[in-house]
Design a protein around this ligand. Structure first.
Ligand SMILES: Nc1ncnc2c1ncn2[C@@H]1O[C@H](COP(=O)(O)OP(=O)(O)OP(=O)(O)O)[C@@H](O)[C@H]1O
Length: 297
């Protein structure tokens, strides 16, 4: 595993819901210019980590330090969700698509830049008077939106209602929308869910391009092991809220603790072929009864 360039430092994160410990003393790092995958069976606590990072939940215990390359350090656990996006430049997508379906594709990307435009308009006055500074900000916002639409071949459909796009395109539009906020950390919750193999490959290319060209950190929750193993620089494995492995994809897939978490020791269960292939395990194996499909968080 590489060192340096630590962008996100999660220290001793614990999240309890009443008597349920969803995250139990979790520590890990995510670096700039890297894709860090957070994997684990259903209910392992992955989405809860995202919810803590983005201000949806206040952690019971723990420190979530974002080392912003331009602005300094932020302790995310002390910030409200909108400030985490606005100030700390953390962006997120959700398991279930959350576009504005009746707005156009382009409008969805302009809404993402609302904060910047409001600031440039001096909270309406500059916009009403159409001041040069506002016109310039608006031009830049449109340019940025077009840049991302070109990246995902949606430029020609900028005027479509977002809800009318095919499913895979909606997923990619969500990523574009997050990128239009100019994040330093992009958190993606199961971006490959429901994609066909060709769309999954395109997603891999998009994410690798974002990592290499934008030089940001990506934190990825994903059940699709072909995506995880092909594009991650670093994988953190959770099971029942605890970290059970942390390393390169090769280190993690050979880790007996990971194999046990996915396969279990007691019951007979078929491991889904694609998980078995990517973890280099037999598809006939023993199981814990953990569900391996893409669940809701
Ligand atoms: N708001 C909440 N209130 C009570 N329990 C919760 C809440 N949010 C999550 N949990 C519980 O915390 C545990 C972890 O859930 P979480 O959604 O983080 O898992 P996950 O790894 O993302 O699962 P999946 O892969 O199915 O999305 C689960 O037992 C879940 O029921």
């Amino acid at each position: 595993m590489t060192t340096g360039n630590v962008l996100l430092d999660v220290e001793h994160l614990t999240m309890r819901f009443g008597g349920l410990v969803a995250i139990d003393d979790l520590s890990f790092e995510a670096r700039r210019n890297e894709i860090t995958a957070l994997i684990g069976p259903n209910g392992a606590g992955k989405t809860t980590v995202f919810n803590c990072l983005t201000g949806f939940y206040k952690p019971t215990v723990g420190r979530l330090k974002l080392n912003h390359p331009a602005k300094g350090d932020y302790l995310l656990e002390r910030m409200d969700g909108f400030r985490i996006t606005q100030k700390a430049d953390v962006a997120r997508t959700f398991q279930n698509i959350r576009l504005f379906p009746q707005m156009s594709v382009l409008e969805n990307l302009m809404v993402a830049q609302h904060n910047r435009l409001m600031k440039a308009s001096m909270w309406t006055v500059g916009g009403l008077l159409n001041l040069p500074s506002f016109r310039q900000a608006e031009k830049e916002a449109i340019e940025l939106a077009k840049y991302w639409l070109n990246k995902v071949s949606l430029y020609e459909r900028a005027d479509w209602e977002a809800g009318n796009l095919p499913y895979g395109d909606q997923r990619r539009l969500e990523i574009c929308r997050a990128m239009c906020t100019r994040p330093v950390l992009l958190c993606l919750d199961e971006p490959a869910a429901g994609l066909n193999p060709k769309e999954s490959l395109e997603l891999n290319e998009l994410l690798l391009g974002i990592r290499d060209e934008e030089k940001i950190g990506i934190l990825l929750i994903e059940h699709d092991m072909s995506v995880v193993m092909q594009i991650s620089d670093h994988v953190v494995v959770l099971d029942h809220g605890r970290k059970i492995s942390d390393g390169t994809p090769t280190e993690v897939k050979n880790d007996p603790a990971v194999i046990r978490a996915y396969l279990g020791e007691d019951e007979d269960e078929d491991l889904p072929k694609e998980v078995a292939n990517d973890l280099h395990m037999p598809s006939h194996a023993h199981g814990t009864g953990h569900d391996h499909g893409g669940g809701q968080g």
